[in-house]
Design a protein around this ligand. Structure first.
Ligand code: MN
Length: 731
């Protein structure tokens, strides 16, 4: 038995041999060098199963070869873990094998570093990265798929959590991508391997159930195969008829979706008829439908209308002799290769077996098809599968170099330009989309290749661009440019816009109206120091002319109106009691400023009146205040007194003052303070002084809630020895 090392060398030689067969011009020395390089780089590294690490990149290369990938891809597959796992660098690989190989290896490395997560949001981000990788160079994703396929095949040596994690990721991301790339064979294998690790129980159940039926099914398949082959050969059609069991995961899905047990799932097997040319495909279809009863509505012509992943075949479902329905796919050999290996096979055919040398044009055409989700339902399914519906409000476009730029839906070439760099946007003079000159407001579609023409003599972004762009990023950058570069011009444009708006609103633009308190007030409210600043802001789009003019107009109207006295307002309004501030209701006056007079310090419970002052609101006096009594007698003041009342339920405290006459004695102040504190009345000041003749005058400032409380306090004070007379302070 050959040693492990010999087995590996044999496998590598087999890859080389197959490469030679597909492309006689293959540079064998270069491929050998890559193998040796990877072997040396990985050194004594072992895989979890104990085999030398090189067996993994070699397996990836085998899969890449099977896919029909080109020499660079197979070399990249051999090197795909070098940057990630060994000391090898991009530069080193580029120097030895060229930048094309190094770019692929680097791309695969980046994808490897993308952390899978089951969090929806982060998954989106991962998918986005995958899409971008695909867009840059499809070979990156193809090799990543080869890498993943081999890892899934050898997953048994990993820990259970790792198995589950990788299986889920494969099921949710790699299998759908393989499907979309038309790589059915790989998709099925990825699905079945993932299924095995994700639901081992169901997997075993289906395996056992199938095993029980295997014999019957195999007999059935053999019969159908022979019947069809005979019939077609009798009619001179060269064909290969294959019968196969459907793959595990598709059976599982069918059971799950239709809530059936295996016995109830009829179409466990499928047949494929492969012929030499398209005409024969339709001939075969006729014979099949003649031999078996077709199920209506199940015929699909993917030859006339290929799937977006380039899949072509005729599909029909018929019912066999014993009532078992089965599907038949009819295709040519070329279609068959495309179905098995998808995009890779397609390119191989197109470029005459010389590998992936397809031009950018074709690369982008493919991506365009991938991203054009609206047009066809299959692509929609794909997007649904990938759970990237959230891309609906975004559009993916490409730089001429193939970098993916994503923009909000409805974005224009201007958005694109500013997304690349503000310097590109600011110097933009034209745009080409898919090679055609388009207007600046052209709406970009998924897959468009956008090229921006710039000029150093460009005068900068157009002012109307701000209304055209879709992304706030672009809008802000344009604003910034105007703010920074063009103050004088902004001021001029701003003034023009402002004056035009003034005229539109029927306002005079004479200098008079642009000066004075109204303008100052308007500017203040708009937060500008000077009119020029406001013009500049209008110029670069930070303020609309309309808003500025509206504000000024309001201030002009305000100042043109003769100042109304509060009385005017009272007379203009229907008298109605309205809650006012500070526990006072002023008849017929809404929310006016209220203050308490210092002369008589009223408290709730006192009879009060209000005096309308000029500019200070309503002043509240006690009805017995001498100021009120004197004023009310004067005819010029009489109209300014209004009825006021205490609002019920107020619990504010009110400051008032008392004057006390008492016999002068020791501890008079202390006794008064003690009396008040027993009542929990808040004393703000308390002072007494001798006034001669054995008498003292005391003044107390205190806070009470009501007249009752004040009266109680007064009574308490009368009880203090020596107190002769207490008066509320009032002039
Ligand atoms: Mn790997």
């Amino acid at each position: 038995m050959a040693s492990l090392a010999d087995q590996i060398l044999d496998r590598f030689d087999a890859v080389l041999k197959k490469m030679r067969e597909t492309n006689p011009a293959v540079d064998e020395a270069r491929v050998r060098q890559a193998f040796a390089y990877a072997e040396k780089a990985h050194g004594a590294q072992l895989r979890k199963d104990g085999t030398p690490f090189i067996s993994h990149p070699l397996a990836a290369a085998e899969i890449a070869q099977e896919m029909g990938l080109d020499e660079d891809s197979i070399i990249a597959a051999l090197l795909h873990d070098c940057i990630e796992d060994t000391g090898a660098t991009y530069q080193d690989i580029a120097a030895r094998f060229g930048t094309s190989v190094a770019d692929i290896v680097e791309g695969v490395t980046k994808l490897t570093r993308v952390q899978y997560t089951s969090k929806e949001e982060e998954q989106m981000e991962n998918l986005r990265k995958m899409l971008m990788a695909m867009a840059k160079d499809i070979r990156v994703i193809l090799i990543k798929i080869a890498d993943r396929l081999h890892n899934m095949r050898t997953m048994e040596y990993q820990s259970v959590p790792k198995q589950k994690e990788k299986a889920r990721e494969t099921m949710e991301i790699y299998a759908p991508i393989a499907h979309r790339l038309g790589m059915q064979k790989i998709k099925w294998e990825l699905e079945d391997l993932s299924f095995f690790y994700l639901d081992r129980h169901a997997y075993d159940e289906i395996t056992q159930a199938l095993d029980k039926r295997r014999e019957t099914l195999e007999v059935f398949m053999k019969n159908v195969r022979e019947q069809v082959t005979r019939r077609l050969e009798d009619n001179g059609i060269r064909c290969t008829v294959q019968g196969r069991m459907k793959h595990m995961y598709s059976i599982y899905r069918k059971m799950y979706a239709q809530n059936k047990v295996l016995d109830e799932v009829f179409d466990l097997c499928a047949f494929r008829v492969i012929v030499d040319n398209i005409a024969d495909c339709y001939n075969v279809l006729g014979h099949i439908h003649d031999m078996f009863r077709p199920i209506p509505g199940r015929f699909k012509d993917y030859i006339g209308t290929p799937k977006p992943n380039m899949y072509q075949s005729l599909h029909t479902t018929v019912i066999g002799e014993d009532g078992i329905p089965f599907e038949v796919q009819i295709r040519t050999w070329e279609m068959h290769h495309t179905a098995e290996y998808g995009i890779a096979a397609h390119w191989k055919y197109k470029s005459g077996g010389s590998g992936l040398r397809a031009g950018d044009e074709e690369k982008f055409a493919w991506i365009r098809r991938l991203l054009e989700s609206q047009q066809d339902s299959d692509a929609q399914d794909f997007f649904h599968d990938l759970k990237i519906d959230m891309f609906a409000d975004e559009v993916f476009v490409f730089t001429p170099r193939g970098d993916v730029i994503n923009l909000p839906a409805g974005a224009t070439p201007i958005d694109f330009a500013y997304n690349i760099h503000s310097a590109i946007g600011n110097r933009m003079v034209g745009a080409l989309v898919n090679g055609r000159i388009v207007p600046f407001e052209h709406v970009l579609k998924n897959g468009d290749i956008v090229e921006i023409q710039t000029s150093n003599t460009s005068k900068g972004p157009g002012r109307d661009w701000m209304n055209i762009v879709k992304s706030s990023e672009a809008r802000n950058k344009i604003k910034q440019w105007y703010k920074r570069e063009k103050r004088d011009e902004n001021v001029m444009h701003g003034r023009n816009a402002f004056e035009a708006e003034m005229k539109r609103q029927g306002l005079s633009t004479e200098p008079l109206s642009l000066q004075g308190p109204a303008l100052r007030q308007a500017l203040k409210k708009l937060s500008f120091a000077t009119l020029e600043d406001a013009y500049a802001a209008i110029g670069y789009g930070g303020l609309t002319a309309q808003k500025a003019v509206n504000r000024l107009r309001e201030e002009l109207i305000q100042s043109a109106r003769p100042e109304k006295t509060i009385l005017d307002r009272i007379n203009a309004q229907k008298p109605k009691p309205v809650r006012a501030v500070s526990g006072i209701i002023v008849e017929g006056l809404d929310n006016c400023l209220v203050k308490f007079s210092r002369c008589c310090t009223p408290v709730p419970g006192d009879d009060i009146v209000g005096f309308i002052t000029r500019g200070y609101g309503v002043s509240i006096h006690r009805a017995d205040c001498s100021n009120y009594l004197n004023s009310a007698a004067r005819p010029e003041d009489s109209g300014r007194w209004v009825g006021v009342s205490w609002a019920p339920g107020e619990s504010d405290t009110y400051q008032t003052a008392l004057s006390i006459a008492a016999k002068d004695r020791d501890n008079l102040v202390l006794d008064m303070a003690t009396a008040l504190s027993a009542m929990k009345v808040k004393v703000r000041s308390l002072a007494a002084r001798a006034v001669g003749g054995g008498m003292a005058a005391a003044s107390i400032s205190l806070e009470v809630r009501s007249k009752e409380e004040l009266d109680a306090a007064i009574n308490k004070l009368y009880a203090v020895s020596g107190v002769l007379e207490i008066r509320r302070t009032a002039n």
